[in-house]
Design a protein around this ligand. Structure first.
Ligand code: NAP
Length: 314
């Protein structure tokens, strides 16, 4: 590339960066319920959507704990944000390692007295394009569902009481829709059961996942009526959506001042390592709905699914 072209590319990138910073200020100050002592935790914050959510939340003046399973990579990511003047700290957190979750919980309690916002972003996917393998199904379900669930369950007792309510934001996907037109579970009776808030339980979610994993082991999953594309990933995100609904109901009875709202959102098809950088949404746009949900004024609704700042059907 010639020097002129390089400079113009640099200028363009800088402009884009400035635009994206401007776009992260839709919350006028009078609606601002948070301070620099409001603590947000982001899992898998070292890259992709998680890094961008960290950057945008810190850009709004919160203290953000960027967590990453790899300490060296996480510290590097934090440095970039600290050099931009943002209040960002690092702590190691591998969401599939119970000891790592315990260590993190002890640290956040001792250092910050707990947390106000939890963004569950960490996740894995091994399907690329039209290829649909369940070779890594166990890892996908263990990370995207059980890992996230264990982090949530450990963090809930540490969430700080406040009049605005603490917030949990789960990054999900439209691929995990229960009643989507495409890619849904074909078993009408199971879908009916999972749709019914009165029947939905942790046990039912576990049973569904166990059945799927058993079928991946004896190779009967292809005729099991599971989602047809990105099968294991779709089921892991379906489970996150189900748990979001279940948890919202479970938390609904908490007394005033100790409310916790939990919602999930789909960021769209995003240009990150997960999609091989071929998505059609930038990380800035992908992060937007998550940051919006985390910072909504008042006591937000709970147990809902969002995309592009709008509620969508599960
Ligand atoms: P990404 O660039 O691959 O980032 C995934 C992040 O999760 C990385 O930081 C990764 O850490 C971390 N992670 C994976 N396993 C972990 C574990 N056991 N403990 C802690 N961190 C772990 O992908 P992304 O696109 O930003 O994805 C972020 C979230 O958005 C995921 O939940 C994904 O399912 C969801 N999502 C993405 C899209 C999309 O189109 N990209 C669409 C819908 C939903 P390492 O760097 O150490 O691997």
């Amino acid at each position: 590339m010639t020097g002129g072209k390089e400079r113009s590319k640099e200028r363009r990138e800088k402009r884009l960066q400035e635009i994206s910073l401007l776009r992260t200020i839709p919350y006028s100050d009078h609606r601002r319920w948070w301070t620099s002592e409001t603590i947000a935790v982001v899992t898998g914050g070292n890259r992709g959507i998680g890094f961008e959510i960290t950057r945008q939340l810190a850009g709004h003046g919160l203290t953000v704990i960027l967590t990453s399973r790899d300490t060296e990579v996480g510290i590097e990511a934090v440095k970039v944000l600290q050099e931009a003047g943002l209040l960002v700290e690092f702590h190691q957190l591998d969401i599939v390692d119970p000891q790592s979750i315990t260590n993190f919980a002890d640290w956040i309690q001792e250092t910050h007295g707990g947390l106000d916002i939890l963004v569950n972003n960490a996740g894995v996917n091994f399907n690329v394009g039209s290829e649909n393998s369940v070779e890594h199904a166990e890892q996908v379900i263990n990370t995207n569902y059980y890992g996230t669930k264990n982090v949530i369950d450990t963090m809930i007792p540490l969430m700080k009481p406040s009049s605005s309510g603490a917030r949990i934001v789960n990054i999900s996907s439209r691929l995990g829709r229960l009643n989507g037109k495409k890619n849904r579970i074909e078993d009408d009776a199971l879908r009916e059961q999972l749709s019914n808030d009165d029947l939905l339980s942790e046990e039912l979610i576990d049973e569904t996942l166990t059945r799927f994993l058993e079928q991946t082991k004896d190779s009967s999953w292809t005729s099991g009526g599971w989602p047809q594309t990105f099968t294991d990933y779709s089921i892991s995100k379906l489970a996150i959506n189900l748990y979001t609904r279940y948890l919202a109901r479970k938390l609904a009875d908490r007394p005033e001042g100790e409310k916790i709202c939990v919602n999930c959102f789909c960021p769209g098809w995003v240009k990150t390592a997960m999609t091989g950088w071929i998505g059609n949404i930038s990380v800035e746009d992908a992060a937007d709905t998550g940051v919006w949900l985390a910072l909504l004024p008042g006591q937000p609704a709970s147990g809902k699914f969002f995309a592009e700042r709008r509620e969508i059907n599960f």
